[in-house]
Write a protein that binds this ligand. Structure first.
Ligand SMILES: [Cu+2]
Length: 396
């Protein structure tokens, strides 16, 4: 939709009636090869007028309130449809930048400014840019306007005070996570979400339903949600640890640890969903009591099969829990009651802090996980599966 251009320095007003829910792109329709490149794009999210109240989400809300967590969703369902329920949501806008284009624009603007301020200038100064935008050779690849690692800094971080969204998704096991993904640049990007596939709900706000049974979703299950310029996708991602063949909580039938004695009672789908306040809410019960390590408690001290590397070889970070497990006191259980979380004394996270599983979410075009040809960078972020007792704070 483009009805009117704004005069330089002026403004125009667009009005429209939002008649159907979903995620859409918006961007400049004027000289878009230059203006979209300069960042004139955004997302329009229309919420359903009559959102579905979702039974599963109600249980997740109980879990959130038990642990003191805030519900950050914009709505209880993405569409006016019972199969569009979700528990958490993230917006990802993919774009690129070609340095040559930006340098041209900058040089021309500086030249115009210099011309205008030169009192002795007798020639008319140029009033518009003439930037050559082809061939297009981007070297900056961004998610929500930032490259890795900047995309993992907080929302509105001091370095980027005008950027409200980072790229740092967190979730708890079993949560239905709504991904709103938009291709805002000129290139396609094969966005790969490690940890599971993504069930596509809709494209450009068009819910994809079965023709024979419109109560059922019919969107594809995608390995990479490949972005297309101007196209928005809504999809559902979740992670439960199902099928790993080991107990992600490290439960051990012989342990004296309280957490290790937690019950796992499978529901009709095989998950422990009876008590939303349990740390192992949504545990995959078929792998219950199958710890990765033979003796997970005090394991390092007792020379168990999992040996932590020398602290000097570890990249210190706030996300390394020193444990292969989820759950309260997972770090303590991995290193023993008297053990030290490596690197000794320098840990960014406390044993009671975040100890989640990290999955890389990134462009599968490897050139695009660089920033101006330096690796790592570009369209890359880390998704964290956090244990239930870790409070996910999406205000930052
Ligand atoms: Cu990948």
């Amino acid at each position: 939709m483009l009805t009117q251009e704004a005069a330089p320095g002026g403004s125009v007003t667009y009005t429209f009636t939002a008649t159907s829910p979903g995620t859409r792109a918006y961007y400049s329709g004027t000289q878009s090869d230059l203006q979209v490149e300069m960042g004139m794009f955004g997302a329009v999210i229309v919420l359903p007028k009559n959102p579905v109240s979702c039974a599963a989400s109600t249980s997740n809300l109980l879990a959130e309130s038990h642990w003191g967590e805030t519900d950050w969703r914009l709505s209880s369902s993405a569409y006016d449809h019972a199969s569009s329920c979700y528990d958490r949501e993230y917006l990802f806008q993919f774009s690129e930048m070609d340095l040559r284009i930006h340098n041209q624009a900058d040089e021309q603007i500086q030249a115009i400014k210099a011309c205008n301020s030169a009192a002795s200038s007798s020639t008319a100064c140029p009033t518009q840019l003439n930037v050559i935008t082809e061939p297009y050779s981007p070297a900056y690849f961004m998610v929500n306007g930032r490259s890795m690692p900047d995309d993992m800094d907080p929302n509105y971080a001091a370095e980027y005070p005008h950027q409200p969204y980072n790229g740092n998704p967190h979730m708890h096991p079993g949560e239905l996570v709504l991904l709103r993904i938009i291709g805002q640049g000129r290139w396609q990007h094969p966005f790969h979400e490690h940890g599971n596939h993504v069930r596509i709900l809709a494209r450009d706000g068009n819910l994809i339903l079965s023709q024979s049974d419109p109560t059922k979703l019919a969107g594809p299950l995608l390995f990479t949600t490949t972005t297309t310029p101007g196209v928005a996708m809504d999809g559902i991602f979740y992670w439960t640890g199902k099928g790993l063949n080991w107990d992600v909580y490290g439960h051990n039938s012989t342990s004296t640890d309280g957490l290790a004695k937690l019950a796992c009672t499978p529901d009709a789908n095989g998950y422990n969903t009876g008590d939303p306040t349990a740390v192992n809410y949504f545990e995959w019960c078929a792998d219950h009591l199958k710890p990765l390590e033979k003796a997970p408690f005090g394991d390092v001290a007792s020379n168990g099969p999992m040996t932590l590397p020398d602290a000097n070889y570890l990249t210190n970070g706030t996300w390394f829990g020193g444990s292969a497990y989820l759950g309260g006191d997972a770090t303590t259980r991995a290193v023993g009651a008297t053990g030290t979380t490596p690197p000794a004394g320098t840990i960014g996270n406390s044993p009671s802090g975040e100890a989640g599983f990290a999955f890389m979410w990134h462009s599968h075009n490897e050139r695009e996980i660089t920033t101006n040809n330096v690796f790592p960078g570009g369209m890359m972020m880390m998704m964290l599966v956090d244990s239930r007792e870790f409070i996910i704070d999406e205000s930052n």
